[in-house]
Ligand binder design. Structure first.
Ligand SMILES: C[S@@+](CC[C@H](N)C(=O)[O-])C[C@H]1O[C@@H](n2cnc3c(N)ncnc32)[C@H](O)[C@@H]1O
Length: 247
């Protein structure tokens, strides 16, 4: 059990790293993961993008460095080639993906905000990876609907990363389950939503956390009950649920 002194010390060290949304009990432990295993192996381009993002006022939105490393490893393990990302921001998870794919790999990347993507784009270009990215500015849902209507994209994606508007995750899932291939993976980010998924309804919460909490709870229930997927919820970053399509 932590003494008062220790917990005060923990509090002082909380959330100092940009993108830190760790749900680990001790921040020292999270720092240990970053310093021993993530930062020393982080590709130069990802470091540069992380540092550019750190100066942006909305940097709380970025994918954390440990999650970026996890995604990069996962994509290599499953030999992903054709991927999709919903929610790009400045492109940290996009770059982690682009680095993992083969030279002829593809990422369909969607975000309602192109300006933030353009902050990271010069770094992605310098790393020689922009040819893998098809960026579409605008809401993702109509693009998914169009792809389903086209009929050409059924079961074609090896990996899909969803890190955008939480109130639409269920709507995304209804469409993505059709677009991901059997054996392919969808990753839903923020499924532990700042730990708020276990907070009592009257607990103090930031407004946006409270607003999206019920959507995240509903998604988690729906994924757990969906026989078309196998799932694994990992306490990486703010929680990521991996869904492997089984039929
Ligand atoms: C948490 S950030 C994404 C972080 C990103 N994956 C990274 O690595 O930094 C969420 C993003 O979702 C985008 N977004 C919100 N609603 C959207 C929608 N309907 N369609 C596509 N993108 C959306 C926001 O503009 C924002 O950039």
């Amino acid at each position: 059990m932590a003494t008062n002194g220790e917990s005060e010390q923990n509090q002082t060290h909380r959330h100092q790293e940009v993108g830190h949304k760790s749900l680990l009990q001790s921040d020292a432990l999270y720092q240990y993961i970053l310093e021993t295993s993530v930062y020393p192996r982080e590709p130069e381009s990802m470091k540069e993008l992380r540092e550019v993002t750190a100066k942006h006022p909305w940097n709380i939105m970025t994918t954390s460095a440990d999650e970026g490393q996890f995604l990069n490893m996962l994509l290599k393990l499953i030999n992903a080639k054709n991927t999709m990302e919903i929610g790009v921001y400045t492109g940290y998870s996009l770059l982690a993906t682009a680095l993992a794919l083969p030279d002829d790999g593809k990422i369909l990347a969607m975000d309602i905000n192109r300006e933030n993507y353009e902050l990271g784009l010069p770094i992605i270009e310098k790393a020689g990876l922009s040819h893998k990215i098809d960026f579409r500015e605008g809401p993702a849902l109509p693009v998914l609907d169009q792809m389903i209507e086209d009929g050409k994209f059924h079961g074609t994606f090896d990996f899909i990363f969803v890190d955008a508007d939480k109130d639409n995750y269920i709507n995304y899932h209804k469409r993505l389950i059709d677009l991901v291939k059997v054996g392919g993976v969808i990753g839903y980010d923020n499924t532990l939503w700042n730990g708020s998924v276990v907070a009592p309804p009257d607990a103090p919460m930031r407004k946006y956390v409270r607003y999206y909490r019920d959507f995240v709870l509903e998604l988690n229930k729906a994924l757990a009950a969906d026989p078309r997927i196998e799932i694994c919820m990992l306490p990486v970053g703010d929680g990521i649920t991996l869904c492997r399509r089984v039929n």
